[in-house]
Design a protein around this ligand. Sequence first.
Ligand SMILES: O=C(O)CCC(=O)C(=O)O
Length: 318
Amino acid sequence: MTTLRQQFRKDGYVIVSNVLTESEVAQVRSTIANYLSRLPPLLKNEDKAYLPASIMYTDEVLTQHLYNPEIVSTLTQIFGRSVTYLPDLEAQINHHDSGWHFDAQSERGNDYFYDKDYLFAKCGIYLQDNTKIDGGGIDIVPGTHKSIFQIQPRLIKAAQCRQLIKWYNTTIRDYANQRKTQREVISLPIKQGDLVVFDSRLRHRATVPEKHESSTTTFLSRLSPESKMTLYWNASNTYYAKHFLEHSTIRCNKRGYEITFGIHDTLQLTTSSFHNKFFSNLEQSGVGLQLYPNELAKGWKKRRNELLSEILGRTEFL
Ligand SMILES: O=C(O)CCC(=O)C(=O)O
């Protein structure tokens, strides 16, 4: 019998059905809708929105699924005992147009990315069915996570060889995967309340709804309580979680504006950014959380607050 880990290694994803009940889905959806009505324009336009980590972790309803025993058990089967979350839980609302990509794209310059044991995944809980008409889930190309050429660049002494491998892992790999996409795309048969865990190297996109083309319905052209809603966060083990945060810092330093939104909101989180039951609940579930060191996080918070003051005239999102 194929184990979940083998399936994940082979295809680059697993789907676990019904990790949330119908009433849990409804509860999370209405909590998100509640926040939506109070969001500033920076995080919301007519079509789509998101709730960043610094809002999500203050709320018990929005974080409770992180300790869900079925989710923890799934991740333990994939990662082994040291499952570690990144502090980047977010809710995406009405995201239908991500286009084909893989999440780890920016990590290709790092040696750790080429380790044989490298393992890093995005977890998504979908709060609606994925249908042809309305979208609601993701499309993927199975196996594309394996097309990275896994020789550690630091083992290759000659600069030209390093360049060659880098070139292969960007140009050639991307081209091959684009070709493969035309033949092997799967629109995942997601139902509301399902969990999908997928490798950060897997090629994927938001399922494009047929309705989207006409943009005539209120469902897709405006935010509403029926909008597509998905919870996303990243999971790995302690080793790669640390590397990921270090990499995020470098990215943030290069592109300072990202600190105000997106996953870079996570760098400025400290233990006081979480609701007061979060850490004891997480500890009980056996999962770890990799936070950025407090002193460094405070530096990011200062910068983020300066930027938010400039843009929003205040330092908090809500
Ligand atoms: O809209 C979606 O569910 C896809 C999201 C996605 O591709 C991403 O967050 O990387």
